[in-house]
Structures are given as structure tokens and as C-alpha cells.
Design a protein around this ligand. Structure first.
Ligand code: PA5
Length: 351
């Protein structure tokens, strides 16, 4: 894992103070993220018997929202370079018109009660599509049990959905027979968790260093740029995690597409925040290097992280293992409790 270096921790944002962490992070969200490798490993066991009718379908749609929906993005990105079936993420109610009996619909909802995902699952059943559910229970479990469709019931130890993505992602990969690289991915997560554990001081801890950059970016909204595919998913994941955990905005975009539009806005430095380059694809490294040479000084600060590992899944794990920790440390550095998500609760209650 490579990460930023040389960031001094201002006293007000001391990430090496355990008492301050406990005071700010009231539910110890940091522990949820530090325990991600164990969560992925436990999920291997839970979902090992699940199989989907892959020989009967010609498309896969993975439905989910927010912390569950990121599973759809990851699976689609991991599958794209090597899978025979198209895998399409769905993050709104209903389904595309082409979905029918030859489409496997995977419905992922940690609570099992998310309206958009339920609407997609109901529509899939109406159209005669095979459905696989991944949930801790709720109405999704009832719906699929009544319909005689397969279900993976994941544990709900009270973790937020966004910190349960291992439990949700692993059974989907198993069901789709995309699980060949899971051991390497989990080993990669384990390495990062050790290197970036809360006990490792900021001077040696890449997650804390990047969090201090993000928490100190008071000049504007940070831009998170990932290489197309998994790098872009990692950038989007960090954007969502910064929003929910640190309660801060960020933008994200993909290399190389941003060369053809967003790059034109970089000349306006009046409101520029920092930039984080997330390189997952070695073939894109040269392009990222050129962009950094040309434009890094148009941002308030610039940092880069590079994926490691042989397979797409391992490389994703190498990024998300670091960036999920970054998001929680950013919250703590800002003095913000990572766990509450009052606006999401209000929106769900109102609809
Ligand atoms: O992090 C969160 O709590 C949200 O992003 C939820 O994941 C999202 O609202 C969907 O809920 P669920 O994961 O229960 O389907």
C-alpha cells in the first residue's frame, strides 16, 4: 500500500489520543472497520453453500442502495474484466425493461426494509426472474421466503450497513462463482488493518495521514479521482463514507473520462480543495502521472494511493481497506461522531 507522507497532525486533530477517539466515536465505528477482515472471513463460512442458477441466465442485475448498494458496484467492477455474464448494478426502484426470466436478480439490503430494493425484488418476482436475497431479515426475507427463492441471512450485530459490506459482498461473490480470489483479498485487508491500526501513530499510519489531509481541507470540497472500474468504485465508496461517517462533501470522477470534461475546471483554483488520485489499473499509471505533473498545483493539496495485488478483488480490498479507515479517522479528526445518519433516517421515515 502506498499513501501520503509527511503530514503533521495539528494538536486540535490528534488521532493518537485514544480518549479523544472514544469521546467522539461513541459507538466505536473504528472497531467495525478494523474488524473488516474477520467479517469477510466469517462471511466465507456463512455463504459457502449458496449457488445461483447461473447456467439458466444470461444477465445479472444486482440491486441495493447506499451501504448495501456499493456491493453492486464492486461486483460489477470485479466481474467486468473476466466474467462471461454482464453484471449490471441497479440503484433505483424497479428494473430495466430487458429483465425477465433469463436474468438473475440479486437483491442486497442489510436491513431488508429499503423501499427501492424491495420494489426491485417484487418486480423481479412479477416478471418471473430468479431472485437471490442477501439480508439480515426484514421484509425482503419474508418476500423471498414466501416466493421460495434463495436467501443468505447475514448476522446483524448492530453494525451500520456501510460497515457490513464484507458480510454482504462475500456471499454475492460466492453465489456468482467470483470468489476465487477471496483468500488473497482478505489477507490484503488484514495487512492494511495491522499497518493502519489505531495504535500505530500518525507519523507511521497512512490512514491517519490521509485523514488529516481531508479533515484539514478547509479551502473547498476534495476531489477523489479513481481509474475507471475498480478505482472509480473506490473513489465513490470514499465519497459515500466521508459523507456518512465524517459528514463532509466530496466529489468523485474517473480517469480517463475526466480528461475530457472536468479537467477544464481545474484552472479555477478559487474554491479548489485537495485532490486524491486512486490508481487501481497499472495501465493507467502513466496517465495519472501526467495529470499529476500538469495539475497537482491547481489543488490545495494532492495525494495518491495505489492498489496492490494480482486480482481485481484483491486490488479493490487493498484500496477499500485503507479508505474505509481513512473515512472514520477523518470523522474523528473533525470531531464528528461517525455513526449517526439522521438525514437518512428522516428520509426513510418520510417516504
Ligand atoms: O449506511 C447506511 O445506513 C445506508 O447507506 C444504508 O445502507 C441504505 O440506506 C440502505 O439500507 P439497507 O442497507 O438496510 O438496505
Amino acid at each position: 500500500m502506498s499513501g501520503p507522507t509527511g503530514v503533521e497532525a495539528p494538536a486540535v486533530m490528534d488521532l493518537d489520543d485514544d480518549a479523544r477517539q472514544a469521546e467522539v466515536d461513541t459507538a466505536d465505528a473504528l472497531a467495525d472497520v478494523e474488524q473488516a477482515p474477520a467479517q469477510w472471513r466469517a462471511a466465507l463460512e456463512a455463504g459457502q453453500d449458496v449457488r445461483a442458477p447461473l447456467d439458466l441466465v444470461d444477465h445479472v442485475v444486482v440491486c441495493g442502495m447506499g451501504g448495501s448498494g456499493i456491493v453492486a458496484d464492486v461486483v460489477a467492477a470485479v466481474a467486468a474484466p473476466r466474467y462471461d455474464l454482464p453484471v449490471v448494478p441497479r440503484k433505483s426502484p424497479g428494473l430495466p425493461a430487458w429483465v425477465g426470466g433469463a436474468t438473475l436478480v440479486v437483491a442486497v439490503s442489510y436491513s431488508g426494509n429499503t423501499a427501492e430494493t424491495l420494489a426491485s425484488a417484487e418486480e423481479a418476482l412479477d416478471r418471473g426472474a430468479p431472485v437471490l436475497g442477501i439480508t439480515s431479515g426484514g421484509r425482503l426475507a419474508e418476500l423471498l421466503e414466501d416466493a421460495g427463492q434463495p436467501l443468505v441471512l447475514v448476522d446483524d450485530p448492530g453494525r451500520p450497513p456501510r460497515h457490513s459490506t464484507g458480510a454482504l459482498l462475500v456471499p454475492v461473490l460466492q453465489a456468482l462463482e467470483l470468489d476465487g480470489d477471496l483468500d488473497d483479498a482478505i489477507a490484503r485487508l488484514e495487512g492494511i488493518t495491522v499497518a493502519c491500526h489505531r495504535d500505530v501513530p500518525s507519523a507511521d499510519n497512512p490512514a491517519k495521514q490521509l485523514a488529516l489531509r481531508l479533515a484539514g481541507a478547509d479551502t473547498g470540497v476534495p476531489s477523489l479521482y479513481g481509474t475507471a472500474g475498480i478505482g472509480e468504485v473506490a473513489a465513490y465508496r470514499l465519497r459515500c463514507q466521508l459523507a456518512e461517517n465524517a459528514k463532509m462533501r466530496a466529489s468523485h470522477h474517473a480517469v480517463p473520462e475526466l480528461c475530457h470534461n472536468e479537467s477544464v475546471a481545474w484552472d479555477d483554483t478559487s474554491t479548489a480543495g485537495g485532490v486524491l488520485w486512486i490508481c487501481e489499473d497499472p495501465a493507467e499509471q502513466a496517465r495519472v502521472d501526467v495529470l499529476r505533473d500538469l495539475f497537482d498545483d491547481h489543488f490545495a493539496w494532492a495525494e495518491g494511493v495505489t492498489a496492490e495485488g494480482a486480482s481485481p478483488l484483491e486490488r479493490y480490498a487493498s484500496l477499500v481497506g485503507l479508505l474505509d479507515l481513512v473515512s472514520v479517522h477523518t470523522a474523528i479528526a473533525r470531531g464528528v461522531d461517525p455513526t449517526p445518519i439522521a438525514p437518512i433516517d428522516r428520509i426513510k421515515a418520510a417516504l
